[in-house]
Write a protein that binds this ligand. Structure first.
Ligand SMILES: Cc1cc2nc3c(=O)[nH]c(=O)nc-3n(C[C@H](O)[C@H](O)[C@H](O)COP(=O)(O)O)c2cc1C
Length: 175
C-alpha cells in the first residue's frame, strides 16, 4: 500500500463528542451549594440571579468566580456593575433559589434584604454574604465569567442548601 492510499483509508477516530443532554447530566453530578448573586446598577435597578457556578479562585488575593449565561436578561446589569454580592443560601431557602431563577419584573418581591457596600442588596437568612468588587470579566463560551475581589464577608452557623442531579438537598456529615 502506498502512503497516499494509507492517508485516504486510515481515518483517525472522530473525537468522542459531547452530547448536550448527557453533558448537563454529567455536570449535574457535581454537588454544589446554591448562591444568589445580587447587584445594583447606578440607576438603582437591582438584579439577582440564582447561581451554582460559584467557586473560590484565590485566597491571597481573595478572589471568587462565577459565570452568567449570555442569554440571561440580567447580564447587562452585572456587566456594568462595579460590584456584586454572593448570597450563600441556607437549607430553608430553596423557594428563594427558584424565585431568583425565574425571569420576573421584581425578583425581590417579598424578599427581606439589607443594604451592603455600594447599596448592593444582601439577602437576609443567607448562610454567608461575600461582598465583592468586580475584578475582571472574560469570555466563557455561552457564559460570561466574572472574577470578584472579596472586600467584606459575614457568616452564620446555618446549614447550606445543596444542589445536585437537578435537585435541592441538605448537607449531612458522614460522621
Ligand atoms: C440551582 C440553579 C443554579 C443555576 N446556576 C446558574 C449559573 O451558574 N449561571 C447561570 O447563568 N444561570 C444559572 N441558573 C439559571 C438562572 O438562575 C436563571 O436563568 C435566571 O433566570 C437568570 O436570571 P435573569 O432572568 O434575571 O437574567 C441556575 C438556576 C438554578 C435553579
Amino acid at each position: 500500500m502506498n502512503s497516499l492510499h494509507a492517508m485516504k483509508t486510515s481515518h483517525p477516530a472522530p473525537p468522542p463528542g459531547v452530547h448536550p443532554t448527557e453533558y448537563r447530566s454529567v455536570l449535574g453530578r457535581f454537588a454544589t451549594g446554591v448562591t444568589v448573586m445580587t447587584t445594583v446598577c447606578p440607576q438603582g435597578r437591582r438584579a439577582g440571579v440564582t447561581v451554582s457556578s460559584f467557586n473560590t479562585l484565590s485566597l491571597d488575593p481573595p478572589l471568587v468566580l462565577w459565570s452568567l449565561a449570555l442569554k440571561a436578561p440580567s447580564l447587562s446589569v452585572f456587566r456594568d456593575a462595579g460590584r456584586f454580592a454572593v448570597n450563600i443560601l441556607a437549607e430553608d431557602q430553596a423557594e428563594l433559589a427558584l424565585q431568583f431563577a425565574r425571569g420576573s419584573d421584581d425578583k425581590f418581591l417579598g424578599v427581606a434584604t439589607t443594604e451592603g457596600l455600594g447599596g448592593v442588596p444582601l439577602i437576609q437568612g443567607a448562610v454567608a454574604h461575600i461582598e465583592c468588587e468586580m475584578e475582571r470579566r472574560d469570555d466563557g463560551g455561552d457564559h460570561e465569567l466574572y472574577i470578584g475581589r472579596t472586600v467584606r464577608t459575614n457568616s452564620s452557623d446555618r446549614h447550606p442548601l445543596i444542589f445536585a442531579k437537578g435537585r435541592f438537598g441538605q448537607f449531612t456529615t458522614l460522621s
